[in-house]
Design a protein around this ligand. Structure first.
Ligand code: 13P
Length: 248
């Protein structure tokens, strides 16, 4: 039985002072024994966030990292730096990074490999645009993203990965995918993992849905066979996140 994982992607929101206030507000609301809960906060808030969740089951994640160990890469943050401060998860290849910061399937793959080398759990984002959905190529497109992301990743590593299926047209738009749409793609992703590796790896890997998840839509989405939780943007910055985590 896969354990649910519900992560908040705070994106570029909240100063460190505001972040700590929000974490303290959310702490009692997101307490649960039934799911892993992750707050993916901006880089500058990571250190105080790790401190603020001490003594709880909440884990802290970063929203990006670079794929080199160190060196002349002005402005970048290495996996070793994240591990050193107690970060456990890292979002890789979010569609906003692909769209605004020229991330590609190849850079995503390099980052996934590096994250595993350092013991970080990658939350690997995939998902189609509205045009791709309308052209009927959603599954083909997402399968390609998954296949490249997992190149040279071992089955043992893949078992511990998290994939977030986030249709781009559903992100920040208030237009949540239907449970059928979300389940169809998450199930296809699991099938793709089983083709790359084997049935056991596919059964172990956790697949989230992301895109306009709210307290109202969480229960239906997260009870689908192949949906193991969510990657939540806007609603993770509010008390509502507690209701999403405790969706049952
Ligand atoms: P919203 O929940 O705000 O649509 O954002 C989803 C997302 O991009 C999470 O990574």
């Amino acid at each position: 039985m896969r354990r649910k994982i519900i992560a908040g992607n705070w994106k570029m929101n909240k100063t460190p002072t505001e972040a700590i206030a929000l974490i303290n507000e959310l702490k009692p609301l997101v307490a649960t024994k039934d799911a892993d809960v992750v707050f993916c906060v901006p880089f500058v808030s990571l250190i105080p966030a790790v401190e603020a969740v001490k003594g709880t089951d909440i884990a802290i994640g970063a929203q990006n990292m670079y794929f080199e160990e160190s060196g002349a890469y002005t402005g970048e943050v290495s996996p070793g730096m994240l591990v050193d401060i107690g970060v456990k998860y890292v979002i890789i290849g979010h569609s906003e990074r692909r769209q605004y910061f020229a991330e590609t399937d190849e850079t995503v793959n390099k980052k996934v490999i590096k994250a595993f080398e350092h013991g970080l759990t990658p939350i690997i984002c995939v998902g189609e645009s509205l045009t791709q959905r309308e052209q009927g190529i959603t599954i083909d497109f997402v399968r390609q993203q998954v296949k490249i992301a997992f190149l040279n990743v071992t089955a043992d590593q893949a078992k511990n990965a998290v994939i977030a299926y986030e249709p781009i047209w559903a992100i920040g738009t208030g237009k949540v995918a239907t449970t059928e749409q979300a389940e169809e793609v998450c199930s296809a992703i699991r099938m793709c993992i089983s083709e790359i590796y084997d049935v056991a790896t596919a059964a172990a890997i956790r697949i989230q849905y992301g895109g306009s998840v709210t307290a109202a839509s969480a229960a239906d989405l997260f009870s689908q066979k192949d949906i193991d939780g969510g990657l939540v943007g806007g609603a993770s910055l509010k008390a509502d996140f507690g209701k999403i985590v405790n969706y049952k």
